[in-house]
Design a protein around this ligand. Sequence first.
Ligand code: TRP
Ligand code: SF4
Length: 373
Amino acid sequence: MEQPIIDPWESTIKLEYDKLFKYFGIKPFSEIRGKAEEVFGQLHPLLRRGVVFGHRDYDKILEAYRSKESIALVTGFMPSGRFHLGHKMVADQIIFYQKLGFEIFIVLADIEAYTVRKLDRKKVIEYALYEYVANLIALGLEKNKRLHIYFQSNYEVPYYRLIQMFSRKVTLAELEAIYGKLEPSKIVSALTQAADILHPQLDYFGGFKYVLVPVGADQDPHIRLTRDIADRFHAELGLERPASTYHRFITGLDGNKMSSSRPEHAIFLTDPPQQAVRKVFKALTGGRATIEEQRKFGGVPEKCTVYELYVYHLIVDDKKLADIYRACRSGELLCGECKKQAAELLVKFLEEHQRKLEKAKDKVLDYVEPPKF
Ligand code: TRP
Ligand code: SF4
């Protein structure tokens, strides 16, 4: 069984999530959801509703939490554009785990954006601060001693030492088996990401802790590499494999991947509310061709980008969500009315959020130190 190659730098691929179980040994999150709810006492809607669909070693995180051991969450953002609802999914998970007491490490992947994506450095830094960090603060990320936000190009010495040491124990052939065709920039990015994920375990950063990495499923190649590297440095540095969870991508309003490169089909957290409403009204739904057909056969929420907005972001109450699902399926609810309801919820969220965002922008530099160039 030949493993397919997932290219974490190719943003347009559509992942077939089932293959991840079959080829890569990712486990279905559904199998552990009950236990997670019991251990944490509650679950974020993204974890409850199958949006987070896969994991590696999450059981270890649950055990560690139960026995009150220290756990770090590490995740990162490529600051390549404006912050949209896809990024908010990661932010929501970070904040959920922060409230549970996890130590939080947030990587601003400016080196990856500069080397692989070849973006302008000034813009990357600007986006990282005033889109990513500012939105995270406005969404409720708490500043405390156990929160660390850093730029890949501007961190502590032992982190860089890890990148250098890691290069000794990986081969080009093995990297190519994971990533396909390589360039030096990709090798640097991959080893940097391994250091992002593993450095919290070093004595310098407080000593051993369990590590959880919640990411989009396209990031699994980096997780596989990082787990292998941890094994190889177990004896020398005491590193252990990280655990991970994988979430589905949110669909853009045209049915393709939500991306800042196609802004008319993405909802940005800084969109003027009325502009966001216009996007929602143009969104691809699971509705039928005519009203008559919809009344007769009902809509298909599984294929609907508006329904996805409810599931991923707009409705917290599971019962309300189930009501919409039923009303859509039965043909009772038509798409026009449904979009109107979604638009109202979205406007309310954006208005409140943007008020907080204005204040958050002044605080960004209390949270993170930007690189000098
Ligand atoms: N590669 C990630 C992305 O493209 C960003 C990232 C960098 C990251 N370091 C990380 C994600 C460590 C998780 C953990 O979005
Ligand atoms: Fe989507 Fe709502 Fe139309 Fe159902 S009624 S297909 S959920 S927009």
